[in-house]
Design a binder for this molecule. Structure first.
Ligand code: MCA
Ligand code: AMP
Length: 500
């Protein structure tokens, strides 16, 4: 079975079942069945084709969570178009690179964000390009959503390109095939027992793998009901849980830290209706898992994935969900922990984590050098360090690179450093992650002045060019950067920073 045939099976079997709820900006609650979702997807596919997009063309989507995103996601499958979702917080520097690299035929954004793309003629506002949000008129003939594509239903073709930063500072496009998305959704629906009776409260952004590959694809594979939220906000969580009564919830650690601040009567009430809370994208601190269990009566299931691989490891549904560990291999995923020479290390020894399986991507978009470097002997080199216990549980032990994860969003210091070095007054610079209770880490810049340094101007320049979560919380002036004899910056020797 292919991804399209699996999604179609859900849509056919559950054509009149509740599929999607979304509160429109005007306050009305949209409610669509799977048949409605399919009708809109067929319409979106038609619009992509009418606009001249052919199979294999790219379509950048720069949208906050909305049913319009889902229209494009499914419409692109039907039209054979490769979707390139980008973080809505990205600004000109990030967007410029992704647009240049992915070379899209169409860029879809919100009306208010069209200006971010300058005068690019490929940009359309989603509100103009897609049918208005509202009740759906279904075609009288029950035409399957993907049938008019007349394309081979081939799962080896690229489905989405997810841009993920690297040590080079410039994001690379991880090309995920339909087969990758299907394998991941099959693994997760089986491992987490997701079925048509579930009710999934979707708060994570659809432009990253967590919300897209896990959230949307498990929804479409299982045929459960989904309530889509534009963006997570702890102050409104009690109302969302109370009204929708979900059974299933996916979050990043920051989301769970925020939920811990809810009053005790709310946490008990929320916990009583829930079946499963899943966490990933960054390390879940053990005390958060313990406190969450006390207050909500649920042990969060922590899992581990990457944009290039979708999900690799997870704590078991039945059996011990071990704090601090990312558990055991999911589905058909295999892993090994090896040393520099690719030899497996003994149990209890930290080594490099490598994975393979049907969920693992084939390579980066138009970047054979990066692809070749990412694989060794058929194994994908995650860049994460890990160790395995006697009973097979894997624990992550840091990364080979300097990745900072803030609120579940990834930050590569090199990208910010390269930008800061272009600014007046900056001689040398090192960006490091400082601990933060809620967001896990926040970026801090240590600057060796090369002239007069204007902190406000630096902050403003970062704010214009970079996503807000990448703007350093502080610019600390230092006389020099600690370096090894080979000139590599010793980030751990920089003076610690804490907010006053
Ligand atoms: C945050 N902001 C957003 C969003 N989230 N804007 C638009 N859409 C969003 N989804 C902006 C806010 O406007 C604000 O911007 C700034 O970010 C900080 O927000 P704040 O209100 O302080 O939020 P918070 O309480 O700290 O919570 C933020 C959050 C958010 C909800 C946890 O960071 C988030 O949605 N994180 C999820 C990231 C994610 O899905 N990662 C998965 C990557 P301003 O500063 O301008 O006011 S996939 C991955 O890593 C792998 C594959 C994996 O394993 O899953
Ligand atoms: P991305 O490049 O956005 O796909 O992020 C992938 C990285 O997020 C992984 O290589 C890990 O370093 C990190 N990550 C994902 N899940 C977890 C987790 N449960 N615990 C710790 N780190 C995680």
């Amino acid at each position: 079975m292919t991804l399209i045939s699996r999604f179609s099976a859900t849509i056919d079997e559950r054509a009149n079942a509740p599929a999607l709820e979304f509160r429109h900006a005007d306050g009305t609650l949209l409610r669509w069945s799977f048949g409605d979702v399919a009708a809109r997807a067929a319409d979106a596919a038609e619009r992509l084709r009418s606009r001249g997009l052919a199979p294999g063309d790219r379509c950048v989507v720069h949208l906050a969570n909305s049913p319009l995103f889902i229209d494009l996601f499914l419409g692109a499958f039907a039209a054979g178009v490769i979707l390139v979702p980008v973080n809505v917080l990205y600004r000109d520097r990030e967007l410029g690179h992704i647009v240049a690299d992915s070379d899209p035929a169409l860029i879809v954004t919100a009306r208010e964000h069209v200006g971010l793309f300058g005068t690019d003629a490929r940009v359309v506002a989603a509100e103009d390009f897609l049918p208005p949000l509202g009740p759906v008129t279904r075609r009288s003939s029950a035409e399957p959503w993907a049938s008019r594509a007349h394309l081979p239903d081939d799962d080896s073709v690229p489905a989405v390109i997810i841009y993920t930063s690297g040590t080079t500072g410039r994001a690379k496009g991880a090309v995920l095939s339909r087969a990758n998305l299907l394998a991941n959704a099959e693994h997760l629906t089986a491992a987490w027992r997701i079925g048509p009776d579930d009710r999934y409260l979707a708060v994570l952004p659809l432009f990253h793998v967590h919300g897209l590959g896990n959230g949307l694809c498990c929804w479409l594979l299982s045929g459960c009901a989904m309530h889509l939220i534009e963006r997570f906000d702890a102050a409104r969580a009690v109302a969302w849980f109370g009204a929708f009564k979900p059974t299933l919830f996916f979050g990043v650690p920051t989301v769970y830290v925020r939920l811990l601040d809810l009053p005790a009567e709310s946490t008990r009430e929320i916990g009583s209706g829930m079946r499963l809370f899943v966490c990933g994208s960054a390390a879940l601190p053990a005390p958060v898992l313990e406190q969450f269990r006390e207050r909500f009566g649920h042990t969060i299931l922590e899992r581990y994935g990457m944009s290039e691989t979708l999900m690799n490891l997870g704590n078991p549904y039945d059996g011990e969900r071990r704090a601090g560990s990312v558990g055991l291999p999911l589905g058909r995923v295999e892993y090994q922990i090896v040393d520099e020479t690719a030899a497996p290390v003994p149990v209890g020894t930290v080594g490099q984590l490598e994975v393979r399986g049907p969920n693992v991507f084939a390579g980066y978009w138009r970047n054979d050098t990066a692809t070749a470097a990412a694989f060794r002997g058929g194994w994908f080199r995650t860049g994460d360090m890990a160790e395995c216990s006697d009973d097979g549980y894997v624990t992550l032990r840091g990364r080979a690179s300097d990745l900072i994860i803030s609120g579940g969003f990834n930050i590569y210091p090199r990208e910010i450093e390269e930008f800061l070095l272009e600014q007046p007054g900056v001689g040398e610079v090192a960006v490091v992650g400082a601990p933060d209770r809620a967001r896990g880490e926040v970026p801090i810049a240590y600057v060796v002045p090369g002239g007069a340094l204007d902190h406000d101007a630096l902050r403003a320049a970062c704010g214009n060019a970079l996503a807000s979560f990448k703007v350093p919380r502080a610019f600390i002036e230092v006389a020099s950067l600690p370096r090894t004899a080979l000139g590599k910056i010793q980030r751990h020797l920089l003076p610690p920073w804490s907010p006053e």
